[in-house]
Design a protein around this ligand. Structure first.
Ligand SMILES: Cc1cc2nc3c(=O)[nH]c(=O)nc-3n(C[C@H](O)[C@H](O)[C@H](O)COP(=O)(O)OP(=O)(O)OC[C@H]3O[C@@H](n4cnc5c(N)ncnc54)[C@H](O)[C@@H]3O)c2cc1C
Ligand SMILES: *[C@@H]1O[C@H](CO)[C@@H](O)[C@H](O)[C@H]1NC(C)=O
Ligand SMILES: *[C@@H]1O[C@H](CO)[C@@H](O)[C@H](O)[C@H]1NC(C)=O
Ligand SMILES: *[C@@H]1O[C@H](CO)[C@@H](O)[C@H](O)[C@H]1NC(C)=O
Length: 813
């Protein structure tokens, strides 16, 4: 996470509440950061004259500072090492943190001078609770590798006298006596003992690696501690044992006796959770948390349902945030769609839709398009056969244990990986093609702006090195792991799906190995064969996908009902015009003739009838499908009933198109456009929640409103139910009563020239005046009123004329 200000300890406590301030701060100073060798995406505190004191003085953690000059070659060469060190000892932060300052920057010169810096790079160690006049201890001839630096840092940490950094556990070797009485004084579930030689650092490293985890303690035991060694029968050094009360113990099973493997295994022991994080929850709690029935899935597989959900969300929600798409965004969209057409391993129906979107985009000559027009293509308004992008989201492998966790961003990563792998497998021409399309997409559309910025930082730094299709796959994998490292323990981490360096040793044992010095190392060859296998198109599971025929039927139905709504609207408009005409030319008008003419004008009428009929047959299936959307079949849905009698109400409405009343409203409701679909789901959820715990829900809501969402603070609000951005806030929706929502939906559909404008303005008092009547009812009343007065007028004129005639006749001789 971006950090620039605040000291190690306070950062944890202040995190949620000051997040927004934080972001502003980061953005404000972003330009300064980019000039140096490190950016806010590296897990290094960037020092400035403003924050240097608050970071270094009286910090509860020890701080290691690199003083560098951005122009110095040695510093540039050293920067990747320092960055890797930051990743490597990320878990140690509460005890020891890394910082850096660019002494080449004019504004920092004074700070560097005051710390007595003469050569670059210099590294200084500041003890916890350093005084204001402390200039730190210099690392002389420091090693230029991560392992050496790490050991230096441990050595320095051990030189702490009182006060010892409060978050740092004891690092000295444990004795038999201490272990015997351990559980009397410590309330933890697991005690891990690392048996090693005196010169080994593994025990201390592991102690620090687990300092942010609850329910576990780690102690090192030297091979010279004979009583313990014989008691546990230890023969191998290093090795790790789990020790329990009453002297029970087991050896920790790992592929390789090395720090990374121990660390991974210990963090995953039952009951071990990151401090301050809720414990992982079980499936039935998951269902309660998310309001969505939990869909069991295999964690080591990729699901098409996630990919389609991601496409839906990206094209219908994220891109929709731009009412007009132009310039760079338009280029990004074109590239994104083009790459999808080329490499997305989708169902034929989806591929057809992507193809038509691509050719439509290519046919646009102007330098901007409206989202409305693009949406027509996405919704297949032209009704091309076997063409659709399923609406709604249905997460499977990307389900989170809370509504705001995982989902869409998880889907985006998965889609990225699938596309790079697919490009490699089918043999694309340009190694950069997929990466640059995705980079542009993220830059232009990805709702989490902070994520986009971090991603852009990473991409601009190294994506140019990608020169083969394989290296594109590997680049994305390693950058994703870097993001995972940065986000491990962040608020966006799902306790049920901890961020790990992926793939785990269980998933791909051969991907992991150790260097000669015992540090973890990826077996890149194995990773390179694992990734194409894992993300390959023929391994993608199709569980939980809705049937193509159902999707197509629903699409057709939606199209037809929209047509019907348009038709009704036209008809009402015509009636209104008629009434106006009558008023203008009361005597000359001849209603019957005009009606006939108008009927003839409508050439499309019979065609529409056919569509609607066809739909009546499929009506019930479609209604069920609509109900099932988003996988909601098993949930009690207050709207289900009205959805079930779609067919019926439509039939009625179609036979008597001029009768507008309650029935008509049903029809309006059935139009499953995205907005109303989302609205309905929200409503359903809100009602359900309110039934069970109205008060509780509200207070929770309030809380969420006050605290900015930590991860997606800038613009990206992952929603409660669907992982949606930019929807109406739940609270407002919650307040709307059923009638109002109906009106809202109706308003959306009936925006004819005649009704739309005026009613939008007057909607409020109109609805107050006409409880139980719709605007259509009122309009009809007005029309009838006019007709009857015209009739009276006509009669009056008629009789008057007759009288006059008679008088004329009588006056004749
Ligand atoms: C471009 C981008 C930038 C982001 N930047 C930020 C950010 O700056 N801050 C922030 O808080 N969140 C950011 N996010 C969101 C964050 O990365 C996660 O996507 C989100 O927290 C959900 O995490 P997850 O547990 O579902 O796993 P994800 O990281 O989303 O991964 C999804 C799935 O991909 C697989 N996977 C994991 N690692 C790898 C790998 N290295 N290679 C291949 N497959 C892997 C796993 O099966 C995993 O379940 C970003 C997302 C994206 C797409
Ligand atoms: C340093 O911090 C400690 C605890 O955080 C506090 O008690 C002490 O007063 C601080 N000292 C100074 C000089 O700020
Ligand atoms: C989940 O909710 C249902 C009812 O809403 C309740 O009966 C059940 O006990 C809950 N389960 C858990 C684990 O909270
Ligand atoms: C999940 O998938 C992996 C790989 O295909 C398989 O080995 C494993 O048995 C599956 N697990 C379950 C629970 O189905």
């Amino acid at each position: 996470m971006a950090r620039r200000y605040g000291r190690a300890t306070s950062r944890f406590a202040l995190y949620p509440s000051t997040f927004a301030v934080w972001l502003c701060f980061c953005l404000l100073f972003a330009s300064a950061a980019e000039a140096g060798l490190y950016t806010s995406s590296d897990q290094i505190l960037l020092l400035t004259p403003e924050n240097v004191e608050s970071v270094l003085v009286n910090s509860t953690a020890a701080i290691v500072v690199e003083f560098y000059a951005s122009w110095c070659g040695h510093c540039i060469a050293f920067s990747p090492v320092y960055r890797s060190l930051a990743e490597d000892i990320k878990e140690w932060k509460p005890a020891v943190d890394l910082a850096a300052i660019d002494c080449a920057a004019e504004e920092n010169r004074k700070v560097c001078t005051s710390y007595g810096i003469r050569g670059y790079p210099s590294i200084k160690f500041f003890h916890a609770y350093s005084k204001a006049d402390s200039t730190g201890q210099t690392f002389r001839d420091f090693p230029r590798d991560v392992r050496g630096l790490r050991h230096r840092i441990i050595d320095k940490l051990e030189t702490h006298e009182e006060p010892w950094p409060p978050a740092c556990p004891p690092l000295e070797p444990a004795s038999q006596a201490e272990i015997d009485s351990f559980f009397e004084t410590n309330n933890v579930q697991h005690l891990a003992l690392v048996f090693e030689e005196a010169k080994s650092y593994i025990g201390r490293e592991l102690t620090l690696d687990l300092l942010q985890f609850d329910n576990i303690a780690v102690r090192r035991v030297l091979n010279t501690e004979e009583s313990l060694v014989t008691k546990l029968g230890v023969t191998e050094f290093p090795s790790c044992y789990l020790y329990y009360p009453r002297g029970n113990f087991t050896r920790l099973k790992v592929n390789v006796e090395a720090r990374a493997f121990y660390s991974y295994a210990l963090q995953r022991l039952p009951g071990v959770v990151r401090s301050g994080k809720p414990a992982p929850v079980t499936i039935d709690v998951l269902t309660n948390n998310t309001g969505d029935p939990w869909r069991p899935f295999n964690r080591s597989r990729v699901y098409m349902a996630d990919l389609e959900s991601t496409l839906h969300y990206s094209l219908r929600v994220e891109v929709a945030a731009h009412t007009v798409i132009k310039g760079k965004a338009l280029v990004s969209l074109k590239k994104y769609i083009a790459v999808l057409v080329k490499y997305f391993p989708g169902r034929p129906m989806v591929m057809n839709l992507l193809k038509s979107a691509k050719s439509w985009l290519e046919s646009q000559v102007g330098d901007e398009i409206s989202y409305e027009a693009f949406k027509e293509i996405l919704d297949n308004s032209a009704q091309s056969p076997d063409t659709a992008l399923p609406e709604g989201v249905r997460w499977v492998g990307c389900q989170g244990s809370q509504p705001h966790l995982r989902r869409y961003p998880c889907g985006v990563w998965t889609l990225f990986h699938v596309l790079t792998v697919q490009a490699k497998n089918v043999g694309g021409s340009d190694p950069q093609e997929v990466l640059s399309a995705m980079r542009n997409y993220v830059h232009s559309f990805f709702g989490c702006r902070e994520c986009a910025e971090h991603f852009e930082n990473m991409a601009s730094e190294s994506v140019a090195e990608v020169d083969t299709l394989q290296s594109a796959v590997m680049w994305l994998w390693s950058r994703h792991n870097r993001v995972n490292n940065r986000l491990a323990g962040a608020l966006s981490e799902d306790p049920n799906f901890p961020k790990i360096q992926w793939p785990s040793p269980e998933m791909c044992p051969t991907c992991h190995m150790v260097k000669a010095n015992g540090d973890h190392k990826w077996n890149l060859e194995k990773v390179l064969s694992f990734l194409p296998f894992y993300f390959s198109s023929d391994r993608i599971l199709t569980d939980y996908l809705e049937d193509e025929s159902q999707i197509l039927t629903r699409q057709r139905e939606k199209h037809a009902s929209r047509q019907l709504a348009l038709e009704t609207e036209k008809r009402l408009e015509r009636k209104a015009r008629e009434a106006l005409d009558l008023m203008m030319h009361p005597v000359t008008s001849q209603p019957t003739v005009q009606e006939e003419e108008e009927e003839q004008e409508e050439g499309e009428e019979p065609q529409d009838e056919a569509v609607a009929d066809e739909e009546e047959e499929g009506g019930e299936g479609a209604a069920a499908a609509a109900d099932e959307m988003g996988g909601k079949t098993s949930e009690p849905n207050p709207w289900a009933k009205s959805e079930m009698d779609v067919g019926q109400s439509r039939r009625q409405a179609h036979r008597k198109p001029s009768i507008v009343g309650m029935r008509m409203r049903d029809v309006q409701e059935d139009i499953v456009d995205l907005d109303s679909f989302v609205n309905q789901h929200y409503k359903a959820k809100a009602l359900r929640l309110s039934a069970s715990s109205r008060v509780k829900q509200r207070t929770l809501q309030r809380k969420e409103e006050q605290e900015p969402r930590p991860v997606f603070g800038l613009g990206m609000e992952l929603d409660a139910g669907l992982g949606m951005v930019g929807l109406q806030p739940m609270e407002t929706d919650f307040e709307l009563n059923v009638g109002q929502q109906r009106k809202q939906l109706q308003k959306r559909e009936l925006t004819g020239r005649y009704f739309g404008e005026e009613l939008n303005h007057r909607g409020r008092w109109m609805s107050a005046l006409s409880i139980g009547f719709s605007k259509v009812d009122i309009s009809l009343c007005v029309i009838l009123y006019f007709l009857s007065s015209m009739c009276l007028l006509a009669m009056y004129i008629f009789f008057k004329n007759r009288l006059r005639l008679r008088r004329v006749k009588m006056s004749l001789p």
